[in-house]
Design a protein around this ligand. Sequence first.
Ligand SMILES: NC(=O)c1ccc[n+]([C@@H]2O[C@H](COP(=O)([O-])OP(=O)(O)OC[C@H]3O[C@@H](n4cnc5c(N)ncnc54)[C@H](OP(=O)(O)O)[C@@H]3O)[C@@H](O)[C@H]2O)c1
Length: 265
Amino acid sequence: MDLGLADAATVVVGGSRGMGLAAARCLADEGARVAVVGRSRDALDVAVADLKNRGSPEAVGLAADIADPGQVDDAFADLGRRWGGELNVLVNTVGPGAAGTFEDLTDEQWRQAVEDGAMGMVRCVRAALPLLRKAQWARIVNFSAHSTQRQSVMLPAYTAAKSMVTSVSKNLSLLLAKDEILVNVVSPGSIASESLVGWAKSVGVDGGDPYALMDAIAEHFGHPAHLPRAGLPEEIGPVVAFLASRRNSYMTGANINVDGGSDFT
Ligand SMILES: NC(=O)c1ccc[n+]([C@@H]2O[C@H](COP(=O)([O-])OP(=O)(O)OC[C@H]3O[C@@H](n4cnc5c(N)ncnc54)[C@H](OP(=O)(O)O)[C@@H]3O)[C@@H](O)[C@H]2O)c1
């Protein structure tokens, strides 16, 4: 199936690692121009070389901390100059840390969760909108989490920030419908990205084994899936690429679970 992404101007915020990189790879595979945003220059350089190898006609790494409004504005201004003031696709993948029960979390940790988990996305959408509006077609894909639909006592602040992402995305889908800019959310289940594999290591589990990882998730967070294993970042990328594509012409305001099966309502 041709997704209609050839030569599309796309950006993946948080695209240097994990599910963001997996999504960026799928966009590159489809022949899109792909910019990836992250803080580490080294990680961006590795990602850009990979995206070029996969066939992206133009891959760019933009170093920016999305906690800093000035850096966000500079990154999107740079992108606008490079790509003729137009952007077809914005994917926001950056999320918060903030594990801890309600009684453990400090005000600062709550504030940080909202800052890292949602305000960065808000800033990136705001900075990207003039570019998205100028393009012939445009899509936004934001990352939430399955925990918004199935609570864990270990994740109240994380989940609150992710619920904000879902809510703002639905509001944006309404606001931007008249411009035919489609806005959707992907809610991953337990996915063996570097951050989750790193957490597994910290509790003495081999996160490289998706079956052992799922057992640890079920034990620590109460989040088993129907499938007996954790997912892999490359299982999220194609879903993001479809939502971000011209082939997705009638889905907007949707929240798509990619979670190995669950009893979500
Ligand atoms: N893994 C899971 O099981 C799971 C489950 C549900 C939802 N999610 C959500 O899915 C999304 C992706 O998760 P992941 O585990 O794949 O991510 P990850 O491996 O931790 O990658 C995070 C990416 O974001 C960048 N980043 C982080 N903070 C940034 C900042 N302030 N400014 C700019 N870039 C920043 C990182 O690069 P630098 O560090 O170089 O900046 C990296 O490219 C997150 O929103 C997460 O909450 C994950």
